[in-house]
Write a protein that binds this ligand. Structure first.
Ligand code: ZN
Length: 155
């Protein structure tokens, strides 16, 4: 297990589209473990592979301590409702902003065994799924269309 370096806003890697995982190799499993460790150390509730400089469609989410979602090639397959809550990002330290997101989503992905899984998330978990999957398409929460109002910068 290793801690990975989190890429910060301004690095072009955060604006690229990540490639799907075609084979779940030991390297992908290691990446999942390292991403979870890195997310926890940074006190985050989600991390996407491009945030550690790897352009693969891999995400980890932990909005409830101990319950880690490992998502490979995740896709939002349904969504409902709306929410407008405050979000931050480990790649944009000290920045906060309100976003427009669905209140609930269903995500389909592969787990570490290559099995197709579906998870339903509401409220914070729905936000985290949307936020991390956006990273795989080079999007940030501060982008127009997601951000509502202004970004707040903590001094
Ligand atoms: Zn983020």
């Amino acid at each position: 297990m290793a801690y990975l370096k989190i890429v910060l806003e301004g690095d072009p890697v955060l604006r690229k589209v990540s490639r799907p995982v075609t084979e779940i190799t030991p390297r992908i499993l290691q990446l999942l473990d390292d991403m979870t460790a890195t997310m926890r150390r940074a006190n985050g509730c989600g991390l996407a592979a491009p945030q550690v400089g790897i352009l693969r469609r891999v995400v980890v989410v932990e909005t409830e301590p101990g319950k880690v979602y490992e998502l490979i090639n995740p896709k939002i397959v349904s969504w409902s409702g709306e929410q407008c809550e405050v979000e931050g990002c480990l790649s944009l330290p000290k920045k906060w902003g309100r976003t427009h997101r669905p209140r609930a989503v269903v995500v389909r992905a592969l787990d570490r065994n290559g099995q197709e899984v579906e998870y339903r998330g509401e409220d914070l978990l729905a936000r985290a799924f949307c936020h991390e999957i956006d990273h795989l398409d080079g999007k940030l929460f501060t982008d127009p269309g997601t951000l509502v109002g202004e970004v707040e910068v903590e001094e």
